[in-house]
Ligand binder design. Sequence first.
Ligand code: MRU
Length: 356
Amino acid sequence: MKVQGKKYRTIWFENNIVKIIDQTKLPHQFVVKDLKTIVDVIDAIKTMEVRGAPLIGAAAAYGLVLSIIENEDYFFLKKSSENLIASRPTAINLKWAVDRMMNKLSGVNSVEILKIALEEAKTIVEEDVEFCKKIGMNGLRIIEDIANKKKDTVNILTHCNAGWLATIDWGTATSPIYQAHKKGIKVHVWVDETRPRNQGANLTSYELNEEGIPNTIIADNTGGILMQKGQVDMCIVGTDRTLSNGYVCNKIGTYLKALAAKDNNVPFYVALPSSTIDWSIKDPKDIPIEEREPTELSHIEGLDKDNKFQKVLIYPQKSKVLNLAFDITPAKLITGLITEKGICKASEKGLKELFK
Ligand code: MRU
């Protein structure tokens, strides 16, 4: 997608260096950062310079390539893979990508290992681009239907950033929106700010602006009243891990938005590539929910009047803080899952019909 009219992807490999867009600097600065070692990649994932389920999967795949360049020893690679998986536990794409790379590399000799690792990492990246594009084409049908009935702008609410910045290109939740816009359908996006890290305001609104898509940032608590007033035609969100029974784990606050949508008969869709499906867990309680630094809540960062980055404390110094990064939305609140293979019910039957 575009930044100031120029096409970018979120990650690429050049001269044995992994290039990323540093998302901690957006929307104020557009910085391309070099990751040269496996430790650089793990740090970038932990600090969320790269974030979003599909993108951290791709970053992990390239991280293993850097690990091989640094040290061909199998035990070094194994340790790298374990450290990568531990760096952000909730999004399943990370483990999925690491497992896929390690399976591909198992038994490969040292002459070929780097070439094969790089090829597989690139395949993971290209596949994600293709899948996200297909999610867009499939989700477009839903937006088109609403537009045809309504004969007016379609208002779509989204949470966090499941846009192209969270993937390689297109995004998941945003992909149908980009396709609709390309087709000339009038869309407007309500962008949940998404405290504490504000991925909605900082990233989703930013990327929609760059693509010329009308959008309005709202506080996370505003969606409910907008739905009551009939100002939301549908919700589309992303997911960090979708269970085979259709339960969806996504950015904290997604569940409350799904409850509000149900109460107001607003269709609530989740967009995902198949790499986000966890076929191994049945009980949502078994999903590891990432708990992050309290300072993400207690401090806020932005530009001061001299255009300098400042981080300031906004809470009472003595207050305790709990910062859970994800929540779980039960399948019964989800209208449908938009995948690269089509749209299905959020259920075991629905997912199996498409994927097994
Ligand atoms: O903590 P983040 O910013 O990595 O969380 C991202 C999300 O919750 C996205 O909705 C999810 O990863 C899907 S991205 C296509």
